[in-house]
Ligand binder design. Structure first.
Ligand SMILES: [Zn+2]
Length: 367
């Protein structure tokens, strides 16, 4: 006979698992059938286990377009981040106090486990907010009015800024921590990645970023506190990877036949020394301008001759097409906009092919 007295929740993992599963099944049934948030078209969930072994679940609910919660008023109907009225809703008040208050942190308790670098990693306390808002990116800011309402948690009086968003009906029924949040498209996808535990970074083979630049236009990295003289001194003393490639061309015969992109296959970039070292030395700024013996004035023209840039056919097509349904006035504006966007490689070529559309009304106007 077992006379052991169980004092902690995780002393009985068998019961925890059974109760958790019963509640989860019931919750999923509610979410599917009872239409608490509207009829869902899809549900995704994962069960995770905290360090102490207690299970919890992340559920993502996709609501049918027609019933989708859109306005901030709709969100307020489903999600609350406020302390309920203790007299009017005593049961809900007790449940919020027990399950939906972020433990006092920040100035109230600097040693709470949520604190990282003297800041709450969960962003509590949240800012007061008189009504629920959705920002331009689609993220909600829940209503947390500065109305003087407080509740005691761990011997500290906390206000609405510490309430974790909840749904009153779910909290009353399940009597456990159920954080409910509205999420927009972007964060839904991020959340799905988190749910599925997908890697968000993968590199195979090893990828090296090769920045190139015009003479004296390389990026210079410096810290806010650095003196300007030191920034200039170190910038002039250190070669960029691109300049390093040119030096390697002079130094190593084998590098002469390697393009900038091919160089990392045979050389390794020494971050300290700011130079390429052979691991298993010509290109200069001047000879990049030369293609098949023809010297170009700009790097863009040289790239064009090498076929590295797209031609301007799409711009010519766009102007030709537009000319059939808009006036020459608008064609001129379109041409000017294309010029300003700096995407046309050879503006004179485009002009030669399209100037008649731009000037179609000139003779008429002059008559
Ligand atoms: Zn915190």
């Amino acid at each position: 006979m077992c006379c052991q007295i169980f004092t902690k929740l995780n002393d009985r993992p068998d019961i925890i698992c059974k109760v958790f599963k019963i509640k989860l099944d019931e919750l999923l049934k509610d979410l599917k059938n009872e239409s608490i948030f509207g009829k869902p078209k899809a549900i995704v969930y994962t069960v995770e286990f905290q360090k102490c072994g207690l299970p919890h679940c992340h559920i993502l609910l996709f609501i049918q377009q027609s019933e989708k919660t859109r306005s901030s008023h709709d969100i307020e109907q489903h999600i609350s981040a406020e302390i309920p009225d203790e007299q009017m809703q005593p049961k809900l008040y007790k449940l919020v106090q027990k399950f939906m208050v972020h433990d006092p942190c920040g100035v109230l308790n600097v040693s709470n486990p949520c604190m990282v670098n003297e800041k709450c990693s969960k962003f509590y306390p949240m800012a007061f907010c008189e009504r629920t808002l959705i920002d331009n990116a689609g993220f909600p800011k829940y209503k947390r009015p500065d109305n003087g309402h407080t509740m005691n948690k761990k011997n500290v009086d906390v206000d609405n800024r510490y309430i974790v968003p909840y749904n009153a009906a779910l909290l009353l029924k399940y009597s456990c921590h159920i954080n409910v949040e509205y999420t927009c498209q972007t964060s839904t996808i991020k959340y799905l990645f988190k749910l599925f535990g997908f890697e968000i970074q993968f590199k195979e083979p090893n990828i090296i970023c090769l920045p190139f630049h015009l003479p004296n236009e390389q990026n210079v990295l410096y810290e806010d506190h650095q003196l300007l003289e030191n920034v200039i001194e170190s910038a002039t003393a250190k070669d960029s990877m691109f300049m390093g490639w040119m030096k390697a061309n002079k130094e190593f015969e084998v590098a002469c036949n390697l393009t900038f992109a091919e160089l990392p296959s045979y050389f390794v970039w020494d971050k300290q020394g700011h130079l390429w070292r052979p691991w298993k030395q010509g290109h200069t700024f001047a000879n990049i301008l030369s293609v098949d013996g023809v010297a170009f004035y700009t790097y863009k023209e040289a790239c064009y001759a090498l076929g590295l840039l797209q031609d301007d056919k799409e711009f010519i097509d766009a102007i030709n097409e537009a000319s059939s349904w808009v006036s020459p006035f608008y064609i001129r504006r379109l041409f000017a906009m294309l010029l300003m966007s700096n995407n046309i490689v050879c503006p004179d070529v485009v002009w030669q092919q399209c100037w008649k559309h731009c000037a179609d009304d000139v003779l008429y106007d002059k008559r």
